[in-house]
Design a protein around this ligand. Sequence first.
Ligand code: NAP
Length: 291
Amino acid sequence: MANLIDGKAISKLVREEVARGVGAFKAQYGRVPGLHVVLVGEDPASTVYVRNKEKAAAEVGISGRVHRLPNTTTEEELVGLVRELNQTGDVDGILVQFPVPNGIRQHKVVAATAPSKDVDGLHPESIGALWAGTKGLVPCTPRGCMRLIAETGMPLSGAKAVVIGRSNLVGKPIAGLLLAANATVTLAHSKTQDLPAVCREADVLVAAVGRTKMIHGSWIKPGAVVIDVGMNRDDAGRLCGDVDFESASAVASAITPVPGGVGPMTIAMLLENTLLAALARLTRGSRTLIS
Ligand code: NAP
């Protein structure tokens, strides 16, 4: 039976590490790192996500503000606010909660964000840095996955890793990070031929698809580490992942549950990114942001 990779417990550890880092930052620089979140409109899910981020930041001592804008906000107004935050000294991290209302182009908002404050890691410069192996901020969920893998003790150098899903937000950055850790990476997607056979090669399997329990235990190499990023609902409306946990946990050596796996790591990594961005800005980027 696989060991459970407890994202709740590991995210608590990360938050404690960040809280200590914030204390040390304050002692050295006389202020705490600042995270500004921008929410446009009243999308119920986004409203909850933003409230959770606000609460989590306050708990580790990060200062900040949520800018709540009406859904009549124009692209020009939103980009204007982002540019203003770029120029504000005590703002270290800027996060615009997506999706934004129709009429606002997400890529324009991302491009307007200063790469040094891009705590979501979505700016083209951040993406380029990730693939080039240079300094840059890394998207939160992928960083969370890497931390979970690290906690299993599985050596990545030379391991075969398969990532299913190639979104800019999740699949591609995870593949880039695994490559940077010297894994041999396959990035699979909806056009991949014989996906079960591809998955059976994996020492580390990361599922970021968005399809309820699609990955069965028979697709998993005995002893593999399985990271399930999926957040789906089953027929009974319960939250579940892309992996069929019951059959997979009989074969894998370690596996994340859903809920309680990757999910809790995302906000913890946002807090860590904010601290790293603040440190990098004050130490002129002397610290590598890729982990
Ligand atoms: P997305 O943008 O919809 O991308 C899904 C990817 O899965 C695409 O690359 C797609 O391939 C691939 N795919 C779809 N059906 C497939 C199939 N039958 N076989 C193989 N590949 C298939 O989704 P996302 O934003 O990356 O999110 C993926 C999942 O992670 C979702 O459940 C989402 O809710 C969850 N998520 C969780 C967190 C968290 O904090 N836990 C954060 C972000 C996302 P093509 O490119 O060929 O279409």
